[in-house]
Design a protein around this ligand. Structure first.
Ligand SMILES: [Fe+2]
Length: 312
């Protein structure tokens, strides 16, 4: 379906030094594309109205793309019966080296404006699998998150050459990397992060074994797909009280109005939704649209989001 050589060439140019140019090139292509689409549509309209209608069609399409940089703040009240209410803000899929920096900066500002007790970042800090580590410049952004408790996990794109180096950089930003690690937040309430960003139910089972039964917990795992694949024994989730916070899908990243989102989610991610709240065996699963982009630095019809969970 795709010319993989062309895609690989494009990805290789998305390394830090070239990214600004691929970004500019993408926007120029989008501008020309929108102009041509608007022009072609106007050919089917009466001559008299072509200019004005062409202008409106162009503006509508441009707004649809621009909305990909307007960050949503989605809020959920979750009743888990914990002693002290907690406000958790989730960021996901920052893709710091390939995303529009405007949307990442905006997401961090909106996150700080919530005055969260806990911030979680559910993986995908970078994009290019060949890139060894994130740069100092990338980390500058993360230092602007103001919260005493920031927990992060790796995503499927976070194949760093030196994870220990990366962990130190995260620590400098006040962030704790949870790699199959359980942290007690308060009496009978825990947070756990899985270490694997891909689809492997082994890491979910590990989490379920580590988290005390009859406790309440938040599990951070990059992709929720492992919970939906047929081989996963869903009975293991019964009689638990878990909120899974996940990302990975980008809400589809590029969604046209005529696309069947459920079918897309099922075929590509093995799930019943592309983003939002769902459940498996009575456990809540939140799939974030995330903030950044992979490969093409553009979202179409899918706004980035930060998500606020008021847990009580
Ligand atoms: Fe991602």
């Amino acid at each position: 379906m795709y010319n993989s050589n062309l895609i690989n060439l494009y990805i290789s140019y998305m390394k830090e030094d070239y990214f600004i140019w691929t970004n500019i090139l993408t926007y120029v292509i989008i501008f020309i594309g929108l102009f041509l689409i608007s022009f072609i549509i106007t050919l089917f309209l009466p001559k008299k109205t072509r200019k004005i209608m062409g202008f409106f069609i162009f503006i509508t399409l441009a707004y649809y793309i621009a909305s990909g940089y307007m960050v949503d703040v989605n809020r959920y009240d979750i009743d888990m019966g914990i002693s002290n209410p907690v406000k958790i803000v989730q960021l996901s899929d920052l893709h710091l080296n390939t995303s529009c920096s405007y949307s990442v900066d905006n997401a961090i500002k909106l996150c700080n404006a919530q005055f969260p007790d806990i911030v979680v970042i559910t993986g995908d800090f970078k994009t290019d699998l060949n890139q060894k580590n994130l740069t100092r410049e990338n980390f500058k952004k993360l230092r602007h998150i103001h919260c005493d408790n920031i927990y992060v996990i790796w995503g499927n794109h976070d194949r760093f050459q030196d994870k220990e180096y990366m962990k130190k950089r995260f620590e400098e930003c006040g962030m704790t990397v949870l790699e199959d690690r359980l942290v007690k937040l308060q009496k009978n309430f825990y947070i756990y992060g899985t270490s694997y960003g891909g689809i492997n139910d082994k890491y979910i089972l590990k989490a379920l074994n580590r988290i005390p039964k009859k406790s309440k917990s938040v599990i951070l795992t990059h992709s929720a797909s492992a919970l939906f694949v047929p081989r996963f024994n869903k009975d293991k989730l019964k009689n638990r009280d878990i909120l899974f916070l996940t990302g990975h899908t980008h809400g589809g990243q590029i969604i046209f109005p005529w696309m069947n989102k459920k079918e897309f989610a099922r075929k590509v991610f093995y799930m019943n939704i592309l983003n939002g709240m769902t459940s498996v065996s009575g456990q809540k699963i939140y799939v974030s649209k995330g903030i950044g982009t992979t490969y093409a630095p553009v979202r179409f019809g899918v706004r980035p989001e930060i998500t606020v969970f008021n847990i009580k």
